[in-house]
Design a protein around this ligand. Structure first.
Ligand SMILES: *[C@@H]1O[C@H](CO)[C@@H](O)[C@H](O)[C@H]1NC(C)=O
Ligand SMILES: *[C@@H]1O[C@H](CO)[C@@H](O)[C@H](O)[C@H]1NC(C)=O
Ligand SMILES: *[C@@H]1O[C@H](CO)[C@@H](O)[C@H](O)[C@H]1NC(C)=O
Ligand SMILES: *[C@@H]1O[C@H](CO)[C@@H](O)[C@H](O)[C@H]1NC(C)=O
Ligand SMILES: *[C@@H]1O[C@H](CO)[C@@H](O)[C@H](O)[C@H]1NC(C)=O
Ligand SMILES: *[C@@H]1O[C@H](CO)[C@@H](O)[C@H](O)[C@H]1NC(C)=O
Length: 354
């Protein structure tokens, strides 16, 4: 039975006379209830039965989730449909499971994912939720996705939803996850508590707001030897707190785009690849030593000043005497000069000289 979207349900009628009655009953059922058949293509979608692909783009006035996804669907692509909420069991058909392998829900303005939204999709390998505006994500949102290999969440949630996402990503069912993409979400830290619950090979954190990755995160990377991490376009703060990250970047080959991991602060190091820094640039001992040496210098100078003042104070009698002596010596000298002056300015002597 091949059904084209435009032909609708009526094309389900076979010319086979022997089975006419059966089909007639089925047809009646179809017409009397809104329940779909296995083969119908949802309205406003296009179906390629051979590849098992159903594509639903906006148009035809249909903007929500299609109610009647064919059971043979292996790839479902929904785009630009203004689906604000993914409710529980959004993709189950009358409570039965679908064999769907790929589900692409990018650019649908999804804001809320309710618990068990992907119920029944046990075979799902790839879920793309990129380019949505997720605000509320249930901690049981990804429940049941035990075969999921790739989860794309690029440009898909507001900073306020990061904590909820972290809860949702802790689902034990995600144990087969190989690839997690979280690009462009203004993340300041990795919204994953533990890496060992997955089987991750790729973690994409490109174009976020990560300034540093601490010891805890780096040691989880070292433990998950297979994992490859992508970190370009993050505003790394290249001070000595970056030390652990710096050595991980240089020593392990786990960061696949290390040459594009760039310092954005401090001003003096802006634009420099983190891996091109020198060891002493990120050495807190070095930085602390420098600070300590300045303090030490200050203390020494202050001590010298104090000692000098003390010496002056203790010798104040002697100094007074010494000053008096000087004054007297000066006075004597002055008197001598005065005398000489008077001698020199004697007019008689001047005349003799002339
Ligand atoms: C999307 O749906 C919401 C209500 O569900 C509506 O307010 C909004 O205008 C819709 N947006 C578009 C672009 O259709
Ligand atoms: C849907 O489920 C109900 C109850 O589980 C059942 O009676 C009905 O026949 C089902 N319809 C289809 C089309 O499978
Ligand atoms: C984001 O997700 C899409 C899938 O929609 C993928 O093709 C793309 O490579 C991902 N990564 C980035 C950095 O955008
Ligand atoms: C990075 O993400 C922001 C939004 O967070 C976006 O506006 C910008 O275009 C992205 N940059 C690149 C190079 O993808
Ligand atoms: C990464 O670091 C953040 C912040 O320190 C922490 O909350 C998170 O649990 C860490 N995750 C991993 C996998 O190490
Ligand atoms: C990284 O390598 C440098 C020398 O290349 C070494 O001094 C440092 O201890 C190593 N760090 C780690 C964490 O392996």
């Amino acid at each position: 039975m091949r059904i084209t979207p435009s032909a609708g349900h009526l094309s389900g009628v076979s010319p086979d006379r022997n089975r006419w009655g059966l089909h007639y009953v089925a047809l009646l059922c179809l017409l009397s209830s809104p329940v779909r058949t296995d083969d119908a293509c949802p309205s406003s979608c296009s179906c390629a039965r051979d590849s098992g692909t159903v594509t639903c783009l906006p148009g035809g006035g249909q903007t929500d989730l299609p109610a009647d996804i064919p059971r043979w669907t292996s790839t479902l692509i929904l785009k630009g449909r203004n689906i604000s909420t993914l409710p529980q069991g959004a993709f189950t058909v009358n409570g039965t499971e679908l064999e769907m392998v790929t589900l692409s829900l990018s650019y649908n303005g999804i804001q809320i994912i309710e618990p068990y939204a992907f119920l029944g999709l046990h075979r799902l390998h790839l879920l793309d939720l990129s380019h949505n505006q997720l605000e509320i994500i249930s901690s049981r949102a990804f429940h049941g996705l035990s075969e999921l290999r790739s989860l794309f969440l690029n440009y898909s949630f507001s900073p306020g939803a990061t904590g909820q996402l972290s809860g949702a990503l802790s689902a034990q069912s995600l144990r087969n996850l190989h690839r997690l993409e979280l690009a462009g979400n203004k993340l300041k830290f990795i919204p994953i508590k533990r890496l060992d619950i997955y089987n991750l090979h790729a973690l994409v954190l490109i174009n976020n707001s990560i300034e540093n990755l601490g010891r805890e995160n780096i040691s989880s990377f070292y433990q998950q030897r297979r994992i490859r991490v992508y970190l370009a376009l993050n505003p790394f703060r290249c001070n000595c707190e970056l030390e652990v990250f710096y050595y991980w970047l240089k020593n392990s080959s786990q960061c696949q785009d290390a040459e594009r991991v760039i310092c954005s602060e401090p001003e003096a190091r802006r634009g420099i690849p983190v891996a091109k820094l020198r060891g002493e640039d990120v050495d807190c001992m070095n930085e602390n030593l420098e600070a300590v040496s300045y303090v030490f210098l200050g203390i020494v100078l202050a001590l010298i000043g104090v000692v000098f003042l003390m010496v002056l104070y203790l010798n104040r009698g002697g100094i007074k005497r010494w000053l008096n002596n000087i004054r007297e010596a000066c006075r004597d000298q002055m008197e001598v000069y005065h005398y000489r002056y008077e001698q020199d300015s004697d007019p008689r002597l001047a005349n003799v000289a002339v």
